[in-house]
Design a protein around this ligand. Structure first.
Ligand code: NDP
Length: 284
């Protein structure tokens, strides 16, 4: 199988590295030097946009569906009939369905966003939630298996992006809840570590209380990957698609966090601002 990879950011770079170890891989990145570095590190080949389409499977890993749609417009005419486009971007289900309709029967489309953060991408232990026709999914699965240990087909076109958006929306809601719980514990003078240990042995636990606070908030080590703007993009998609009041309020809160800090704010900055906005107290 020949693979053409588009988008070598924090996630795409290591993911395409795993693919290149198994399959003949050509790569394209907006900043060309990154593609050249990838070629020398993983044995992929840096090519132009037209050549990256001349493969069996094209993969995109871009910030959002806007960039995917924009890029599709630029390269659509170069895509050979029978190619399958796999979109690993955390995208918007409606945009994905629009793209599939535009491609028609000539080009296949599988939405295959991932979870597991940058360290999961580097280790090749991501989770993929894929949407699209079953036989198309099975055809591209060997590519997904190179960077993921859990690969799940969740339904028709767009449902992969929906599951990813809802997952991130749920994560953001858990973060909000955890911030308010920790604030209440601090104000009551409880030992926060001990209190969280009790919650983590009980039914109120979440990934945030069990792991995220320790690995990404209450740590001095650099934590790559978390950007509140990227998370908020997915929370908004999840809230709008699900029509959920709770998720809409979560999207509004995280939108306010992005305004107050910065799109690139990390987990520690986000936690601190959430504290100020929700009366959750001081993170330090
Ligand atoms: P990055 O911002 O690190 O990388 C974005 C990539 O897209 C870069 O290769 C960038 O090129 C390219 N790009 C940006 N704009 C354009 C454009 N207009 N045209 C062409 N290429 C463009 O993002 P991540 O790798 O972190 O994220 C990628 C996707 O994965 C997102 O949808 C994100 O939500 C999702 N995701 C991210 C996780 C994380 O922890 N970071 C975890 C799970 C999913 P250039 O090098 O030129 O800037």
């Amino acid at each position: 199988m020949r693979v053409g990879w588009i988008g070598l950011g924090d996630m795409g770079y290591p993911m395409a590295g795993h693919v290149a170890r198994e399959w003949e891989t050509v790569v394209w990145n907006r900043t060309t030097t990154v593609a050249e570095r990838h070629a020398s590190e993983y044995g992929s080949r840096a090519v132009g946009l037209r050549e990256v389409c001349n493969v069996d499977v094209v993969v995109t890993c871009l910030p959002s569906s806007s960039e995917v749609e924009e890029l599709a417009g630029r390269i659509e005419v170069d895509l050979p009939a029978g190619v399958t486009w796999v979109d690993c971007t955390s995208g918007d289900p409606a945009a994905t369905q629009r793209l599939a309709a535009r491609f028609g029967a000539r080009v296949g489309l599988v939405d295959a966003p991932v979870s597991g953060m940058v360290d999961g991408a580097q280790a090749g232990t991501l989770t993929v939630m894929a949407g699209g026709p079953e036989e198309m999914f099975e055809r591209v699965r060997p590519v997904l298996d190179t960077f993921a240990t859990t690969v799940i087909h969740v339904g028709p076109t767009g449902t992969g992006h929906l599951v990813k958006a809802l997952n991130n929306a749920a994560f953001a809601a858990h973060l909000w809840v955890a911030r308010e719980i920790v604030g209440a514990l601090e104000r009551a003078g409880a030992d926060v570590d001990s209190a969280l240990a009790a919650i983590n042995a009980s039914s109120g636990r979440s990934l945030v209380t069990e792991r995220f606070l320790r690995t990404s908030v209450y740590t001095d080590a650099p934590v790559p990957g978390f950007r509140v703007g990227m998370l908020t993009k997915d929370v908004r998609i999840g809230a709008a698609t699900a029509g959920s009041r709770l998720l809409r309020e979560t999207a509004d809160l995280f939108g306010a966090v992005v305004e107050a800090v910065d799109w690139d704010a990390d987990a520690r900055e986000t936690w601190a601002v959430l504290g100020e906005m929700t009366g959750g107290g001081d993170a330090s």
